[in-house]
Write a protein that binds this ligand. Structure first.
Ligand SMILES: [Fe+2]
Length: 390
């Protein structure tokens, strides 16, 4: 067996009503915090109110920063970091989906280090210091990004149209609250795209050349749950039992990317959202997956066959090779049923971006841990095949 190392330091408080604990756990770290969220829409107002009230009930002074944007930017992160610094807060609390949690993590670095948060992404030279970084407490309102269980903060620099990641144990949240009741405010599209992101985390951690048996066990569980429940989660937004299952799968999948990591779909998908920020992260992955699977599934036959059978138990009677070859069509079926099957054209990605996307994908380390490593020509061909839906 390969050398195995697991590190899952986030204290996860999981279950309906757990948002009520936000105040008391935050109080262990700070008396004054920056609460980082998206603008409070009517659908989500309740979630933010519950979080703020819990903090205030525990005697925590709250400064609100509610300008988080989807595909978070250096602009908002630098602005929030400045506020955190000026207000001398003792911790950053992120409430929302991946964008809010990743902004909170980047602000915890940006507010305490020399320069700005972008200086600390993996493509730059500076490295965040665990001891300097402010404590991070998050409450997730979606079940897809896994950000509450990872050491990653993903954001984009609009000046250079690049999306990059702080990869550092410093940005593991100290505490993560996973309350499925907060997730009922997600609409069908957000449920489908974030749920698909969670599937992608599990599948990529499972088939990554650095996968390990312990994580494989968790990833199989995560994929089984997602493939069997995502359609219902989209159709029945108020169903707490299904929301709970999806939140659990997302948490497992987050552990997968924290300990193993994503592969080719993320190295193609992330630059798409970097160059075209109107394309959400989960949507970019849904776009990439059919072509990615056709390219990869025959290079991880045993695992692809297992996943195909989770999606469609009728494939049990086929050989591994045959079952694996059905995986892409099973995933396309799931995407069609949940309204996220799409094309580059439909997402309004300009054709002239293709060369830049190829270069970004080839520069990303995730590409080289895929079971089949593509050439630049093969990535270009995959992108061209994504132009129109078939
Ligand atoms: Fe992701």
């Amino acid at each position: 067996m390969k050398v195995l190392q697991q590190y899952m330091p986030a204290r996860v408080i999981f279950g309906s009503g757990s948002i009520q604990k936000l105040g008391e756990v935050t109080k262990e770290y700070a008396n004054k915090v920056l609460l980082v969220t998206r603008p409070w829409s009517d659908a989500e107002k309740d979630n933010f109110q519950k979080a703020k009230e819990s903090l205030e009930r525990a005697g925590v002074e709250v400064v609100v920063y509610d300008k988080v944007v989807p595909n978070p930017t250096t602009t908002t992160i630098n602005e929030a970091s400045e506020i955190a610094r000026k207000e001398k807060v003792g911790a950053i609390v992120g409430v929302g989906g991946g964008s809010s949690m990743d902004t909170a993590k980047a602000v915890a670095v940006g507010a305490t280090h020399e320069g700005v948060a972008w200086d600390y992404v993996y493509t730059e030279t500076k490295v965040a210091d665990k001891k300097k970084t402010l404590p991070i407490i998050v409450a997730t309102t979606t079940s897809g990004t896994g950000s509450h269980a990872t050491k990653y903060a993903v954001f984009q620099n609009p000046d250079i149209k690049v999306k990059a990641t702080i990869v550092n144990e410093a940005v593991f949240p100290q505490v993560s609250i996973v309350d499925p009741e907060l997730m009922t405010s997600m609409n069908a599209f957000v449920t489908a795209t974030t749920g698909f992101d969670a599937f992608a985390h599990a599948f990529e951690s499972y088939t990554n050349i650095n996968s390990n048996p312990f994580m494989d066990m968790l990833m199989e569980e995560a994929m089984k749950i997602i493939l069997q429940n995502l359609r219902q989660a989209v159709a029945e937004p108020e169903n707490i039992e299904i929301r709970t299952k999806m939140a659990y799968a997302d948490t497992l999948a987050g552990m997968g990317i924290a300990n193993v990591g994503t592969t080719l779909p993320h190295s193609i998908g992330q630059p798409i959202s970097g160059k075209c920020p109107w394309v959400s992260h989960g949507q970019s992955l849904a776009l990439v997956y059919p072509e990615f699977l056709k390219f990869t599934q025959d290079y991880c036959v045993e695992k692809a066959a297992k996943v195909a059978r989770f999606a469609n138990p009728a494939l049990q009677s086929l050989s591994d090779a045959e079952a694996a070859s059905h995986l892409s069509e099973e995933i396309i079926k799931l995407q069609k049923d949940t309204g996220i099957y799409t094309s580059l054209n439909e997402l309004k990605v300009p054709r002239e971006e293709i060369e830049g996307l190829v270069n970004d994908a080839m520069a990303c380390p995730d590409t080289y841990v895929n079971p089949r490593v593509p050439t630049a020509d093969e990535v270009r061909q995959m992108l061209l095949n994504m132009w129109e839906v078939k």
